[in-house]
Design a protein around this ligand. Structure first.
Ligand SMILES: Cc1ncc(COP(=O)(O)O)c(C=O)c1O
Length: 419
């Protein structure tokens, strides 16, 4: 298997496994495709990269160089943006429970926009902005009840979801009243995010209709952010809409709905994460032992739920191949399992693969989103290295954690009196 002119087996020899490998040109192309196609003559547009999908300093530098804006959801993601030299006025800070420290950090760094989840947060933000004598734009996150037909855990707009509040609810009215005439928090519009791995593009049409109906109550043209969640291809069952068509379709939905409801907006935003990095990344593992039990055959790999929690968390499906054996017949039905001490540590259940032996490199495809970013040190596993490849060359952008890294925060603290 070769990615951007680089042989995966040689990468694995050089950097070790498990290894996240990203095609840098493919990420750039995807971002530019979003940026160049998400355009309208009627209003400004912005594409925000949702950095929760995959964030490290070099990735955020690519986002900066491609001219996208950035969605962060924690002080940590904001810190990475700062270290990457990102223009803070183009950062949008999400989250349903931002701490006082995180809000203060955002204000100090002059973050452009806070997406407010609830009234308590808005009260806190107003108080802190007054203290720091800062002005900050806010968007309100709305729960518009659009069911995006995706897994329950990644569907965010069912009415019992923890995110946002409903249009014209008491919370909605209180938030608007608090911003009215306020010089520190400047109400700029609304946000919604209907879920992730969404293939039904009409779900966005419904979202746009509902959001425009909310905007109709306001005279001033506002910002409308309709979130991300655009589906990607993990397996052959997934049929994502091509990016330029997706962008043009959403712009079309917005233009016609604004016209129909006679509403003007200032700006339309989308915030894709997964669809910018998922298919652009793979995880390379080394096969260890193989095992046949009466009902199943296993290929064990040297990572697992610690570098890809998605199969265990929401039954996510993946496909894989064995590097160098792509053209051999797939004669064996196997389950690819990780090395963690958990029965649920299964990466792929029942997939047809060629016979594998110890030392083969097994490559799981489309792991670029929510793999590295959700990785953990469970069982004291080291978080793998990440490399970018481009035109026959590779560069390390995150180093593999060493055993020393695993204990670098451990302390032999002395008991101190707490009064
Ligand atoms: C508010 C918000 N915006 C954007 C995204 C990105 O979604 P995706 O990576 O599926 O595009 C998420 C994902 O959880 C989100 O919660």
């Amino acid at each position: 298997m070769v990615i951007s002119g680089v042989d995966v087996n040689k990468l694995a020899d050089k950097f070790g496994t498990p290894l996240f490998v990203y095609d840098e040109n493919a990420i750039i192309d995807k971002m530019l495709c979003y940026k160049n196609n998400f355009k309208s003559d009627l209003f400004e547009t912005r594409v925000l990269y949702a950095s929760k999908a995959f964030s490290c300093v070099e990735m955020i530098k690519l986002v900066k160089n491609c001219g996208l804006s950035l969605d962060v959801v924690s002080g940590g993601e904001l810190y990475v943006a700062k270290k990457a030299g990102f223009d803070m006025s183009e950062v949008y800070f999400h989250g349903n429970n931002k701490s006082t420290d995180e809000l203060n950090f955002a204000l100090k760094e002059n973050v452009g926009t806070i997406i407010v989840d609830n009234f308590c947060e808005l009260e806190e933000l107003k108080k802190l902005a007054e203290q720091q004598n800062k002005q900050i734009k806010v968007l309100f996150r709305l729960n518009i009840g659009v069911d995006a037909h995706t897994h329950k855990y990644i569907s965010t707009t069912l009415f019992e979801s923890k995110f946002g509040f409903m249009p014209n609810s008491e919370e909605f009215e209180k938030c608007l009243a608090l911003c009215m005439g306020d010089k520190n928090v400047v109400f700029d519009g609304f946000h919604c995010h209907i879920g992730s791995q969404v293939f039904e593009i009409n779900a966005y049409k419904l979202a746009v209709e509902k959001m425009v109906a909310v905007l109709k109550q306001f005279e001033k043209p506002l910002t409308l952010n309709i979130g991300g969640g655009f589906g990607v291809k993990y397996t052959d069952d997934d049929k994502p809409v091509e990016t330029s068509l997706l962008c043009k379709t959403i712009i079309g939905f917005a233009e016609s709905e604004l016209e129909k409801q006679k509403v003007k907006i200032k700006k339309l935003l989308i915030e894709p994460g997964r669809s910018i990095v998922a298919e652009e990344g793979v995880t390379v593992y080394t096969v260890g032992y193989t095992k046949d039990i009466p009902t199943k055959s296993f290929y064990f790999v040297d990572g697992g739920m610690t570098d890809n929690i998605r199969p265990a968390l929401y039954q996510a499906k993946y496909t894989c191949l064995i590097s160098g054996k792509e053209n051999l017949p797939k004669t064996k039905k196997v389950t690819v399992a990780g090395k963690c001490c958990e029965s649920g540590d299964i990466l792929i259940e029942d997939i047809m693969l060629p016979e594998a032996t110890k030392g083969d490199r097994l490559v799981v495809l489309s792991t670029g989103a929510y793999g590295y970013s959700m990785s953990s040190n469970y069982n004291k596993a080291s978080v793998p290295a990440v490399v970018f490849v481009k035109d026959g060359k590779a560069r390390e952008v995150v180093k593999r954690q060493s055993y020393d890294d695993l204990i670098c925060c451990d302390r032999d603290g002395e008991y101190v009196e707490i009064r």
